[in-house]
Ligand binder design. Structure first.
Ligand SMILES: [Fe+2]
Ligand SMILES: [Fe+2]
Length: 397
């Protein structure tokens, strides 16, 4: 019987209508296994087969796999199995009327499933000159019991379409996996980086003979100032992490100066002041935003708004903003905390001193912020006052 005489086969118009019906569904689907199910359903309707499946090569496991329905586990067969294996190996299609009369047929799947295979078509799925899998149709339904050459042509048409679509989905999924791995690696790198910065901060604190978590309070106060000043969450996070490095340069100051109980001579004081420059030099070679900001803070946290600070006598906005912020936090903490050479100042005295330093030592807007939110800034110096503990991420909002 010729194809035209088979009344249940689809006409070209019906095939085109089916393709148009499936195209938007296929275009909207990006998951490979869902595409396999969609394509198989399309193939089944176009060639009027009882079963259709797209087998794809799994190069890692050296197997072919397919998904025949949503929610059903994937099926797997060896690369060389049956007609599918033949098409894969030779790149040739298969068109047989009775599988059991063909030596290439692998009966094991029928035995396992209790299904009876009769007519079979397979078509290699080719993309970029390589065979990526095989489209298989089993058991013709309708008036005819055999697949025709026309069915094979139609299977070829769907195979070309399927191969391109599935290839794109596989690439997109691989890219997505790669992007996720990169994201995980970036997170790991970031935490390693932050951990190193934290350790550097601890070294700096130890070397500076600062006690009582000075650097952690400076970090928290700087973070709050940065937030009220309107810096972005990313900038707030950076400043929180690098503020503890403000005195890193003290690693280069001799013990006899750092440990001296009495007043420093002018030469010793000059040497002590060089910690700004040393800190900046240590950090400025870095290409990361984090350490660049660290270099700005280490190098300019003793500059003053009126230009009377050191090491460069920078004035006003010439001083990098993170250094202006950290300077307020550093001095506030120095005044409000007890040191070996002085007790903690009273709250009123600290507040008065900070207020009077706006426009001379510090940027006036930063002092305005400090005064406006004084209770919040000063809360960590009150009994039971809390501040962010070591190693915790800042509550950036
Ligand atoms: Fe300093
Ligand atoms: Fe400090």
């Amino acid at each position: 019987m010729s194809y035209q005489e088979n009344a249940t086969d689809l006409g070209d118009g019906e095939v085109a209508a089916l393709l148009f019906e499936y195209m938007p569904k296929i275009a909207a689907e990006h998951k490979t296994d869902s595409l396999l199910v969609l394509m198989a359903n399309l193939g089944r309707q176009i060639v009027q087969a009882d079963r259709c499946s797209l087998w794809l090569i799994d190069e890692e496991k050296n197997e072919l796999w397919t998904k025949v329905a949503h929610g059903v586990d994937e099926l797997r067969i060896p690369l060389s199995a049956g007609f599918v294996g033949y098409s894969l190996k030779t790149g040739q299609p298969v068109l047989v009327d009775d599988a059991y009369q063909d030596s290439r047929f692998d009966r094991r799947s029928d035995i396992k499933s209790g299904y009876h295979t009769t007519s079979v078509m397979t078509m290699p799925l080719e993309s970029d000159d390589r065979v990526m899998g095989v489209f298989q149709a089993i058991n013709k339904v309708g008036d005819n019991v055999f697949f025709s050459k026309k069915d094979l042509e139609r299977l070829k048409l769907i195979s070309v379409y399927s191969a391109k679509t599935i290839e794109s989905a596989i690439r997109a999924e691989a890219l997505e996996r790669y992007a996720k791995q990169l994201e995980i690696k970036a997170e790991e790198l970031k935490s390693a980086h932050m951990e190193l910065i934290r350790i550097l901060g601890e070294v700096s604190e130890f070397r500076s003979h600062e006690v009582g978590d000075h650097i952690h309070r400076v970090a928290e106060i700087s973070l709050k100032l940065a937030r009220y000043y309107g810096l972005s969450p990313e900038e707030q996070e950076l400043i929180y992490y690098v503020a503890p490095l403000h005195d890193l340069g003290k690693v280069g100051i001799p013990d006899m100066i750092l440990n001296k109980a009495g007043r420093l001579t002018p030469e010793e004081f000059s040497k002590m002041k060089s910690h700004s420059e040393i800190g900046r030099t240590l950090l400025r070679e870095s290409k990361t935003d984090l350490l660049c900001m660290g270099a700005d803070i280490a190098g300019a946290h003793h500059e003053r708004w009126d230009g009377s600070g050191y090491p460069d006598g920078l004035k006003g906005e010439q001083i990098p903003l993170p250094a202006r912020i950290c300077a307020v936090a550093d001095v506030l903490d120095a005044l409000a905390s007890p040191r070996c050479y002085k007790p903690a100042w009273s709250e009123d005295r600290v507040k008065e001193e900070m207020k009077n330093s706006g426009g001379t030592h510090f940027q006036p807007e930063l002092i305005d912020i400090l005064m406006e939110h004084w209770d919040e800034f000063y809360s960590c110096y009150k009994p039971g006052g809390m501040f962010i503990k070591k190693g915790l991420l800042p509550p950036v909002q």
